[in-house]
Design a protein around this ligand. Sequence first.
Ligand code: HEC
Length: 226
Amino acid sequence: MKTPLLLALSLAAATHSLAQSSSAVAPPAQPAPQIVFVDPDGPEAAEIRRIGESAMNRLSFTMVSELNTAIAKGGLEAAVDVAHLTHLKWVNSRLENWPQITAAKLTSLRLRTPLNSPDAADKLALDRIKEELSSSPSPSSVLVQRIGPAGGTPEWRVYRPIGVAPVCIRCHGNAENQSATLHAKLMERYPVDNATGFEAGQWRGLMRVTVDLTPPPSAKPAIKQP
Ligand code: HEC
């Protein structure tokens, strides 16, 4: 597989816990949302895939450019501050210049930070790629996923496996090869870092975007006054 380089960013969603008063009647349990992988080559996925892959091409390019620019300017330690895609602009919860992208994330089975932890649907995608890598000579280069109740409005996600390029090794390779200052900076920010020890060419994780084909609120036609 030609593994496309790179990334997505993580709008890491904070986990909210809902406090329940002791007198509240427990609501009926919500059925778990249906999570279905849709054939990326089929007609149902065509438009979602097209938009998702275009956005990820751009995000991958941006991620590598930001890294290279930051490394050139201030070295690896400075590049930690821009890893990865943390400076994307979001307008009304949509990616600037990509109004159909409502979320973008980098996730992995080996994490530097729990903020990038996979949710249930991400985990299914990670497990699927992991399984394919162990059993198939040509694992998927893209996954399309539909999440939601039958008949409801689904959430559509597009995933792309990302590989480890030589530049990635500088922060995700063997920790013993990191300079003392880089190591100290990473340890300070990411005390539980499981994202070292990678080698070039290995599978690093997934980039994922959420695609929403409904027009953003501002793009909806105004209702005509009688
Ligand atoms: C300058 C150091 C640096 C370089 C170089 C670097 N990364 Fe990272 N990477 C980080 C940091 C820091 C994080 C945690 C970012 C955050 O706080 O969300 C991270 C997180 C990630 C994550 C999210 C999952 C996790 O572990 O939290 C992935 C995937 C990832 N990097 C892939 C790559 C790839 C692929 C490359 C090469 C193209 C790369 N990285 C190069 C520093 C780096």
